[in-house]
Design a protein around this ligand. Structure first.
Ligand SMILES: [Zn+2]
Length: 299
């Protein structure tokens, strides 16, 4: 009997050892939102299993974590956060989860864009949407690579090679963004979006974004804010207003109706689309937004 048991145990051990690498063996990473998860997949490659707390089309500003999220953090080896005040809920969640995971801030070393004095309600805040500048995203990639090497030194070579390959793709993307925006007449490079998510893009590539809502989707928009935007659209001849995947479209529809500006397509600001959508990856997201800008501002 004992011998049979031992034999069975032996077979089981052999089966476990011979099982192909699956999610069980992979380094578990939890990113706070879908864009960061995509960047982590590109650096981690086959060695990692990346999940995202806030999913596609989700709003990370206003996210309410669940007990299941705490469990995911507890099971992770590495937690990736954007930082700059984007995920106001993450610190408490990390504490509540009791996780032993390393926590790394992807935006570490980015020069934060401070809100202007005139945005009194956002005074003193940093703009968290640093990934909208490709140059900043390269900093994210370096930070993710360092964080991965720290928790998994054996994977160093692979992480470095993956990061280099992805940085080359980001170089190509950055060149395309610069060339496309440069081809739009300067006086037409003005866009209205619901919340102020494109400040880094505007500063990096020479485009003006105006938003009735501040850098968080949680701020309220007053009738006065809306009236001000409508006046601005008319006096500055702003060609287009845009919907975002993470905000309520009704406000923009109203502004378009009352100002006569045309409605551009959907922009992806703080979250990717579903895998079958036009912004399933960071690079696709940037190319989708670029196509929408060009379409609305050059026709
Ligand atoms: Zn946002």
């Amino acid at each position: 009997m004992l011998r049979k048991c031992l034999a069975a145990l032996g077979v089981m051990t052999w089966m476990l050892a011979a099982a192909p690498a699956d999610a069980q063996d992979k380094l578990r990473i939890v990113a706070t939102f879908s864009i960061l998860a995509d960047l982590a997949k590109n650096v981690g490659g086959d060695a990692v299993d990346v999940g995202s707390l806030v999913g596609p089309n989700g709003d990370a500003h206003a996210y309410a974590p669940s007990p299941a999220d705490a469990k995911r953090l507890a099971d992770a080896k590495l937690v990736l956060v954007n930082g700059l005040g984007f995920e106001g809920w993450i610190e408490r969640l990390v504490k509540a989860s009791g996780t032993k995971a390393a926590v790394a801030m992807a935006a570490k070393g980015v020069k934060p864009r401070q809100m202007k004095d005139e945005d009194a309600h956002d005074h003193g805040k940093s703009d968290p949407h640093a990934w909208q500048s490709v140059a900043n995203t390269k900093i994210y990639i370096a930070n993710i690579r360092e964080a991965l090497v720290k928790v998994d030194p054996a994977g160093k070579g692979a992480y470095e090679a993956n990061a280099s390959a992805y940085l080359a793709k980001l170089d190509a993307l950055e060149n395309d963004v610069k060339a496309t925006i440069a081809a739009i007449p300067a006086e037409r490079r003005k866009i209205i979006t619901t919340h102020d998510a494109f400040g880094y893009f505007g500063a990096a590539y020479g485009m003006q974004f105006i938003a009735p809502q501040g850098v968080s989707t949680e701020s309220d928009v007053s009738a006065r804010d809306v009236a001000k935007i409508i006046r601005q659209i008319k006096t500055q001849k702003i060609p287009a207003v845009f919907m975002e995947n993470v905000t309520d479209p009704r406000l923009m529809k109203r502004i378009a109706e009352e100002s006569g500006a045309k409605i551009g397509g959907k922009l992806y600001s703080d979250a990717l689309s579903e895998p079958s959508g036009p912004a399933a990856t960071y690079i696709d997201m940037m190319r989708n937004n670029l196509k929408e800008f060009r379409g609305a501002l050059t026709s």
